[in-house]
Design a protein around this ligand. Structure first.
Ligand code: FES
Length: 504
């Protein structure tokens, strides 16, 4: 420490670095939350980078404040750097900086406590990072002793330019999501256009993944690059016999040359599973739409995955997308190891993390409720309804994520009623009699809505509601979530009001 102004240099450098890192963190977070980075796979390290940028910015801010106190020229007291208006030196800009510091603590603190906080509260606090960047920009522009120098102006212009771009991206992406009515939190990574477009693919290979499950690799016949998808996504396969079936993708999302699915041979097959097991051979063409995703892996500190039988397929791609150090475990139920797809492969690749619970081995059963009571991470479950009901009853809603293959039984509150449907954009309105599904009526009237499962499971028919109250009878996502997003699934859902206005 030969220079008498060493602390002064450090305080200036740390301030600029903190400002830049904060801005980068906000820009990065914006790109992630709006999925502008769709073309880049492996979301986990992207999330980590966002966190590291924010954490390092916080360290730099603290360094800035400490060195302000250590500098012999300024002689800031602890009160001057912690209490607004406690100093006469540029009191307002300094106070703005202090306010930004406390907001930054709230943002970083809420991120550290994310698992214990209600998700909406956390999001609200997190959004204030935009305000932090604005306040810091004012603070830096009005207090810095380098203000006015050419290099400072260049740095400030770059940082402020980045912040403006981040805010614009956020606003534009937010409006678009609201406009198309499909900003489903669990579905936001899947671009809507490819999801609605059919693609001709062919079976490239089949492989046994268990006694009863056939793995199938599909490649596009024209060799095109496949749409981006994220773990939890499913595709709809249209079979030559006209049946449509949804299958979760279980391969590597980073590989855009093919889709991998796994199909269970079911005894009560209605023509889907049995056709595939009998006819899927290399070269067989199949029509594919999607991917869609209503079961998206959200950022969390730790995960417990619970899979039952073929419910392992979306879970497998989730597990494989997580970085090595992420805390996760899988509880995998099935009748026997031989019938459980990927059981041996996953156990060998992830020793100590996979608990295979085969009924023919574990005669004493497992106390799932007790086990779940000891878990505080997010729980993702896919499997038979009985398993999902048990898991859902033992896990708080905000940490529970479910995907259904079969619809839950739901009945309308009152007697079936006809409903008047207005399609706002198409300027059409028509009555839907009580015996007809709203989706059928929409199709009959030429509205651009697609259905697939027609049982309220796949989410393909999602429409945005702008007037009236839907009565949700589907099994896609929580009713609360649908109301929050203003969407409904008209293949099974009705209305509690005489009229519904849809944004189509
Ligand atoms: S068509 Fe599948 S949810 Fe409506």
């Amino acid at each position: 420490m030969n220079s008498p102004h060493i602390w002064w240099y450090i305080t200036r450098a740390s301030a600029i670095i903190a400002w830049a890192l904060m801005t980068l963190s906000v820009v990065w977070g914006t790109l992630l939350s709006t999925r502008v980075l769709r073309k880049v796979d492996n979301p986990s390290w992207l999330q980590d980078l966002h966190r590291y940028l924010g954490g390092t910015a916080m360290v730099m801010v603290v360094a800035h404040m400490v060195t302000l106190m250590l500098d012999g020229w300024l002689h800031f007291s602890a009160a001057a750097v912690l209490v607004p208006f406690a100093t006469d030196y540029r009191a307002l800009p300094v106070a703005i900086g202090i306010l930004a510091f406390y907001l930054l603590i709230a943002v970083q603190g809420s991120s550290l406590l994310m698992r214990w906080l209600p998700r909406r509260f956390w999001k609200g606090v997190h959004y204030s990072s935009y305000l932090v960047v604005v306040l810091v920009s004012f603070h830096a522009g009005l207090t810095g002793t380098d203000v006015g120098s050419l290099w400072y102006r260049a740095v400030a212009a770059s940082i402020i330019g980045l912040s403006v771009i981040a805010v614009l991206v956020r606003v534009v992406a937010g409006n678009r999501a609201a406009g198309r009515g499909s900003a489903v939190v669990r579905a936001q990574s899947t671009p809507p256009t490819p999801a609605r477009r059919g693609l001709t693919m062919r079976v490239a290979a089949t492989f046994r993944v268990s006694d009863e499950v056939l793995g199938i690799r599909l490649v596009p016949t024209a060799g095109e690059i496949l749409p981006v998808w994220r773990p939890g996504a499913h595709i709809t396969v249209t079979l030559p016999n006209g049946l449509e079936r949804q299958y979760s993708l279980c391969g590597d999302p980073a590989d855009r040359s093919h889709f991998d699915i796994a199909v269970l041979r079911t005894l009560d097959s209605q023509g889907g599973s049995s056709w595939i097991h009998a006819n899927a051979r290399p070269g067989v063409p199949l029509e594919v739409t999607g991917p869609l995703n209503h079961f998206e892996l959200e950022p969390a500190f730790s995960y417990l995955f619970v899979a039952g039988g073929i419910g392992i397929t979306p879970i497998k791609s989730m597990i494989e997308s997580l970085p090595d150090r992420r805390d996760w475990h899988l509880l995998y139920f099935g009748r026997s190891r031989r019938s459980m797809a990927f059981a041996d492969e996953l156990s060998a690749r992830y020793p100590g993390r996979i608990w295979v619970h085969a009924s023919d081995e574990n005669v004493t059963g497992l106390d799932i409720e007790h086990l779940l009571s000891t878990v505080d991470g997010d729980v993702y479950c896919c499997g038979p309804e009985t398993l999902m009901a048990r898991v859902a009853s033992a896990v708080p809603r905000e940490r529970m994520h479910l995907e259904r293959f079969t619809p839950i039984e739901r009945t309308a509150i009152g007697a079936p009623q006809s409903v008047r449907v207005t399609c706002r954009k198409s300027k059409k309105d028509f009555a839907v009699p009580s015996g007809q599904s709203i989706l059928d009526a929409l199709e009959e009237n030429g509205m651009p809505v697609m259905g697939s499962c027609r049982k309220g499971v796949c989410g393909t028919c999602e429409v945005r509601v702008v007037g009236g109250l839907p009565e949700h009878l589907d099994s896609v996502v929580d009713d609360e979530e649908k109301d929050r997003l203003g969407v409904m699934y008209p293949c099974v859902s009705r209305a509690t009001t005489p009229e519904l206005v849809l944004d189509i």
